[in-house]
Design a protein around this ligand. Structure first.
Ligand SMILES: NC(=O)c1ccc[n+]([C@@H]2O[C@H](COP(=O)([O-])OP(=O)(O)OC[C@H]3O[C@@H](n4cnc5c(N)ncnc54)[C@H](O)[C@@H]3O)[C@@H](O)[C@H]2O)c1
Length: 445
């Protein structure tokens, strides 16, 4: 049997008292140049380093990784761009703490395995730096609270870098939602459906070397934030609404053992693992305002990629993968023509929708983002926007409360799955500030 993490027991505790001031809408002093340190430059972190080499107003000061090969690769890349050579930190799991002692670093980009995110994010803020952490932000409820408490006490930013919020389609839908195109919002659907069994072949280094083991430890939604981030922004979660409770179910866990049997010899280490994470996990979230969100996780079954990206309102629906729209009242068919428009049929051609509703940020920065690449430009645009906000004294688009709320689905789903799908209450990491939090602005560049 699998013991519940002790942290799960804290879920129903009343809101904790503040250890500092709320960081909702936190604006920190403008930075002329954003001086950066990186922890973890494997598959993901190396991409961030490359993008930072092409951003204005930044300096790469230091890079830390326990794996010499990827550390050298990242430093060489920076030097090849004719930029000053960053200082390398390596040699132990805690070498990053030496890097954090430097006084010439403003922000730290953390792209390490999941279990390191919260400790590294907390240490970063404790050392007076802003933390930018890969997804998910934390792996236990207790860690979520610790990271929130630390941000409030130190008044530092701790942004979980949910890049999907910067995808062209997600930005467009956010813009459409704000213009009322879908009417009042009722329901959303989110997912991380991405077949990643092949990562089990990564044994000593790379993602599969550590991620595979989470499938033997936890039965729930291991990776909720890519789908949930955008749907949460459509619904103004933590900015007028909030996740209230969740219920979750998992299918049997069959695919990874089958894959191991097929792909590895019987005595291989991958055939000694007991996979407990249900191949398909489905959770339902109820918000305080009564809206519903379905969020799924499946990195195992053979099927096409999807984040669902569905938002349903009283006037119609947008769905992703593939993109499609159906509206009762369409902006393209007003008056007499209106009846010709049928919400019974999907409009699959996005051209006119992009023309009319592309987010101002994408209109201005989309070409440059696509040129720089990274999941169709979303990675570059996110990093560009982080630097822009830091240099211009603007609040970041995602705060520590967002990261905690979206990530905690990981833990709460496990608790519900292990308890016959009974509902589990979300902690209010904002401690009530969600009631007055301002919706995200539709910003330009
Ligand atoms: N947002 C996205 O689209 C996206 C895409 C891929 C990965 N990710 C996330 O990025 C993170 C990293 O994933 P990855 O695929 O790059 O994995 P990876 O294994 O390729 O890279 C992790 C790196 O961290 C290093 N590391 C581990 N412990 C360390 C420590 N104590 N100190 C310093 N370095 C340490 C490893 O040596 C490795 O180089 C994960 O959280 C993953 O979920 C996000």
């Amino acid at each position: 049997g699998l013991a519940l993490p002790t942290s799960a027991k804290t879920v129903k505790m009343p809101p904790k008292p503040h250890l500092g001031k709320s960081v909702m809408g936190l604006v920190s002093p403008k930075l002329d140049i954003v001086r950066v340190g990186f922890i973890g430059v494997g598959q993901r972190g190396y991409g961030h380093v490359k993008h930072f080499c092409h951003l204005d107003g930044v300096e790469i000061k230091a890079i830390c990784d326990t794996h010499q090969t990827v550390l050298d690769r990242a430093i060489e890349f920076v030097v090849e761009q004719d930029l000053p050579k960053p200082t390398a930190y390596t040699g132990s799991e805690h070498a990053y703490q030496e890097m954090l002692k430097r006084d010439d670093i403003d922000i730290v980009i953390i792209s390490t395995p999941w279990e390191w995110h919260a400790p590294m994010g907390i240490d970063t803020m404790e050392n007076g730096k802003h933390a930018f952490v890969e997804v998910p932000l934390a792996m236990s409820v207790e860690e979520c609270w610790q990271i929130v408490d630390t941000a409030e006490r130190t008044q530092k930013n701790c942004m979980m870098m949910e890049n999907v919020n910067y995808g062209r389609d997600e930005l467009m839908v956010l813009n459409m939602v704000r213009q009322g195109v879908f009417g009042d919002l009722l329901h959303g659907e989110a997912a991380y459906i991405h077949e990643l069994r092949w990562q089990m072949k990564e044994l000593d280094h790379k993602t599969g070397s550590w991620r595979t083991h989470w499938h033997t430890k936890r039965n729930g939604n291991l990776y909720p934030t890519h789908g949930l981030g955008p749907v949460s922004q459509y619904m103004n979660i933590n900015r007028g609404d909030r996740f209230d409770y969740l219920t979750s179910m998992s299918s049997p866990a069959l695919g990874r053992a089958l894959y191991a049997q097929r792909e590895f010899p019987a005595d291989h280490e991958r055939n000694q693992l007991e996979f407990v994470n249900g191949d398909m996990n489905t959770s339902l979230i109820k918000t305080v305002k009564g809206r519903t969100i379905m969020v799924q996780h499946d990195t195992t079954t053979p099927r096409p990629y999807s984040r669902h990206n569905l938002i349903q309102g009283t006037n119609g629906v947008f769905a992703g993968f593939p993109n499609r729209i159906a509206l009762e009242q369409s902006p393209f068919n007003q008056g007499e023509q209106a009846s010709a428009e049928s919400f019974h049929r999907w409009d699959m051609d996005m051209t006119r929708w992009y023309d009319k509703y592309d987010h101002p940020l994408w209109q201005q920065m989309g070409q440059e983002a696509e040129r720089n690449g990274g999941h169709g430009g979303m990675d570059f645009l996110m990093l560009w926007r982080m630097v822009y906000c830091l240099r211009n004294g603007e609040a970041l688009d995602q705060d520590v409360y967002d990261g905690a709320a979206w990530s905690v689905v990981n833990i709460l789903s496990e608790e519900s799955v292990n308890n016959r799908s009974n509902s589990v209450t979300f902690p209010d990491f904002t401690r009530g500030a969600w009631k007055t939090g301002k919706p995200l602005g539709i910003v330009g560049a």
